[in-house]
Structures are given as structure tokens and as C-alpha cells.
Write a protein that binds this ligand. Sequence first.
Ligand SMILES: *[C@@H]1O[C@H](CO)[C@@H](O)[C@H](O)[C@H]1NC(C)=O
Ligand SMILES: *[C@@H]1O[C@H](CO)[C@@H](O)[C@H](O)[C@H]1NC(C)=O
Length: 144
Amino acid sequence: MNMKIILIFSHFILLEAKLQHVNVTGVLLCHSQRVMNIFIELWEYDRFDANDLLNTTRTNDQGEFQLTGGQNEFFSIEPYIEVWHECGTKAGCIRATKYHIPNSFIDKHYDTSLISLDTFTSDERNMCGADIPKKYRGLLTTKA
Ligand SMILES: *[C@@H]1O[C@H](CO)[C@@H](O)[C@H](O)[C@H]1NC(C)=O
Ligand SMILES: *[C@@H]1O[C@H](CO)[C@@H](O)[C@H](O)[C@H]1NC(C)=O
């Protein structure tokens, strides 16, 4: 290996070590009411590998949440939150709704303000009964 290659290689390692943080807050609403105890995950979309779970939380009794997480990535991270809830579903079903965190909010505070879970987005899943992954079945407050 000549010196030039070694220099390029070490530069690459320095870039790779860039830690990127997300800090996202908001209030979850269903039928215009604040909803408590809603489970939320903070994920990072990984184009080469399985997505990384960065953190989880639940809304407080005011429907508020705050999530922080960080990841070392060479490229800009693509974080999103996934909310597991029963707003607008049939009994025994659960919706997993994604909200992407814009790139411009990485390393800053992203206040989503009020999120109305009644709204259906193009980036969500509706699961019922056995289709709900085991780890999320305990979140259901209704039975099929
Ligand atoms: C997850 O969130 C908690 C509470 O905000 C924080 O203390 C902790 O550092 C976070 N974990 C990671 C891996 O960022
Ligand atoms: C997230 O941002 C809020 C609002 O600026 C701030 O109060 C809170 O301390 C921040 N949390 C972290 C872990 O940076």
C-alpha cells in the first residue's frame, strides 16, 4: 500500500465516525383528544442492512412524547418514528404509522407539535390478530 492510499483510507475512517443525533418531541391526538401511553419507536432507515432501533418511549398522561437517539454513520442518517396505536382501527387491529424526520433536523430539536393519528398516511401498516408481530400484541387494548 502506498502512502496515498493509506491517507485516503484514514480519511474515510474519520468521516465514518460522525455521530448524528435526533431529538424529536410532539403530542399525539386521536379524535382531537390527547392520547396517553402510546408506544413510539425511533428508527434509523438503513439502506444496506436491517433498520436500527435507536430508542423507544410512551406518551405521558398529556399525550406528549420526547425521543432521542444517535447513530454513527458515514452517510446522513434517515431517522423516522413509528407510532403503534389503535386510532381508527377495528377491534383487535393495530396501526403502525411512520413519520419521517427531515434531514434538516438532524442534530437539532424537531418539534412535530400536534400529530393527529386519525390521518392515514401513505407510510403505514394496519395489522390484525396473528398478523401483528408478537412483540407488539401486548399493546392492544381491545380484543378481536
Ligand atoms: C434513550 O432515551 C433516554 C431518555 O431520553 C436517554 O436517556 C437514552 O440515552 C437514550 N438512548 C440512546 C441509545 O440514545
Ligand atoms: C430535546 O429538545 C428539547 C427542546 O429544545 C430540550 O428541552 C431537551 O432537553 C432535548 N433533549 C435532549 C436529550 O437533547
